[in-house]
Write a protein that binds this ligand. Structure first.
Ligand code: ACO
Length: 465
């Protein structure tokens, strides 16, 4: 049996193109500060016409295999989480098989998982379960979360983003699952969904999605606490975790969510809540749960009370989501990547609680335990490989007018056939995959900016430039 199963290695890719939220705010005619302070966002990444969820996932998988020196033959399961539908039948996983087929490895289980932003977590659980199961063949699992989050013109547009993250799964990992401490909440809601298959844009009831998110959070936290308490024979509270990582559509919701956990601890009379907090939250102790979701005063007071704890336990997880926006399935894991980026030397022995939310709705809160690990599978090497600061720094800012033009082109191209892209790859880093053509049979073709040295015996991965 595999021991200490979890995440061995991570790499992240996001497009080199972004728009500043401050500029977008002015362009959209929103009041100054609405996107930056109100939503808490700094920038938003987006795909130009040469990138999409498939190219991003090809890029991130190739990069992970190269940088951690993993032979593609060592991958036994490949799972993709995505809600960006490019084909109603053919999975994104099958596009990624191009990397492995060339190395003679077609013996790879797994397909795509879809339910809004939760698909990546479902994919990750599948991989972890496989490594822990009797069907495990000793090879690695690989999870890819890839999404391009775009919204129609309107209030939801600034909550978009784009990225792909790859997570290598196996035993003796620096990031291990405490699988018994886990709570899920799944129900039927129309808060955000994509019924129009001719459009990439979702139908979204923004206010409902916020309430659904917070209700799911409460429910998952209650289940996780009660499971912990049953197993450990003592109460679980916020003080039992060093960091909390949230699905991050926009930072303000993350702030509200953490404050909500504090309110939960207050209602449960947990030891994590000090006398000052008790006094401030006291007036809200008799609210019904429905009232508590609507109370602006509770929201304000609980965020104030939670602020010092937020700075310690959540703030280090927020860099990438604030810089690239909501990346749907990749969002939670970009927050985890931010934590490793900012704190990798101080994470050994720490417990991290994650909250995954996908509209519709599916949600799970789960717990991870961190240790330094051994190279190449160490937290410090993960931070080095991800190279987050350099990737953020080397991006190119687009003014909002140009960003809107790009979205128009992509709108037009969504579901279309028989076109070639501009093949303008001047902004892409070498090694990045890009879309070249969709032919008359909707077949998509990709190339790589430079020919990477192949890790297989039989030549390079694609035709490079
Ligand atoms: N300066 C500072 N703050 C401001 C300003 C300003 N000038 N103007 C508004 N604000 C604040 C508001 O008070 C509000 O903050 P609060 O929530 O603390 O009160 C915040 O900015 C947002 O303003 P709203 O008027 O509530 O924004 P709006 O309703 O127009 O849109 C929303 C926000 C609903 C999040 C929208 O962007 C959306 O629908 N996004 C997609 C749905 C989503 O991301 N849901 C999250 C979970 S589901 C998922 O992950 C997809």
């Amino acid at each position: 049996m595999a021991k200490d199963v979890g995440i061995l290695a991570i790499d992240i890719y996001f497009p080199p193109t972004f728009v500043q939220q401050e500029a977008l705010e002015a362009h959209d005619g929103a009041s100054k500060g609405k996107y930056t302070i109100g939503l808490g966002q700094d920038c938003m990444a987006f795909c130009t016409e040469v990138e999409d969820v498939i190219s991003m996932s090809l890029t991130v998988v190739t990069s992970l295999l190269e940088k951690y020196q993993i032979d593609p033959k060592q991958i036994g399961r490949l799972e993709v989480g995505s809600e960006t539908v490019i084909d109603k039948s053919k999975s994104i996983k099958t596009f990624l098989m191009q990397i492995f087929e060339k190395c003679g490895n077609t013996d790879i289980e797994g397909v795509d998982s879809t339910n809004a932003c939760y698909g990546g977590t479902a994919a990750l659980f599948n991989c972890v379960n496989w490594v822990e199961s009797s069907s495990w063949d000793g090879r690695y699992g690989l999870v890819v979360c890839t999404d391009s989050a775009v919204y129609a013109e309107g209030p939801a547009r600034p909550t978009g983003g784009a990225a792909a993250i790859a997570l290598l799964v196996g035993p003796d990992a620096p990031i291990t699952f405490e699988s018994k401490y886990r709570g899920s909440h799944m129900s039927h809601a129309y808060d955000f969904y994509k019924p129009n298959l001719a459009s990439e844009y979702p139908v979204v009831d923004g206010k409902l999605s916020q309430t659904c998110y917070l209700m799911a959070l409460d429910s998952c936290y209650k289940y996780l606490c009660s499971k912990y308490e049953r197993i450990e024979g003592k109460q679980f509270s916020m003080s039992d975790a060093d960091y909390f990582v949230f699905h991050s559509p926009y930072n303000k919701l993350v702030q509200k969510s953490f404050a909500r956990l504090l309110y939960n601890d207050f209602l449960r009379n947990a030891s994590s809540v000090d006398e000052v907090a008790k006094e401030k939250l006291g007036p809200f102790s008799t609210l019904s749960s429905d009232e508590s979701y609507q109370s602006r005063d509770l929201e304000k007071v609980s965020q104030q009370v939670a602020k010092p704890l937020y700075d310690a336990k959540v703030q280090p997880t927020t860099l990438i989501p604030k810089q690239i926006g909501n990346t749907y399935t990749a969002s939670l894991y970009s927050a985890l990547a931010s934590l490793i980026h900012s704190k990798h030397t101080k994470l050994a022995g720490k417990r991290v609680v994650l909250f995954s939310y996908g509209s519709g709705l599916t949600a799970t809160m789960f717990s991870l335990k961190l240790n330094e690990g051994q190279n190449p599978f160490s937290l410090s090497n993960i931070a080095t490989v991800m190279n987050v600061a350099a990737k953020l720094k080397s991006r190119t800012e687009f003014p909002p007018e140009k960003f809107v033009k790009v979205l128009k082109v992509n709108e037009h191209r969504y579901g279309a056939k028989d076109f070639v892209t501009s093949k303008d790859i001047s902004l892409l880093a070498s090694g990045t995959y890009y879309l070249t053509e969709v032919d008359s049979m909707y077949r998509r073709f990709y190339a790589q900016k430079v020919a990477e040295k192949s890790r297989c015996d039989n030549g390079s991965l694609t035709n490079g430039q």
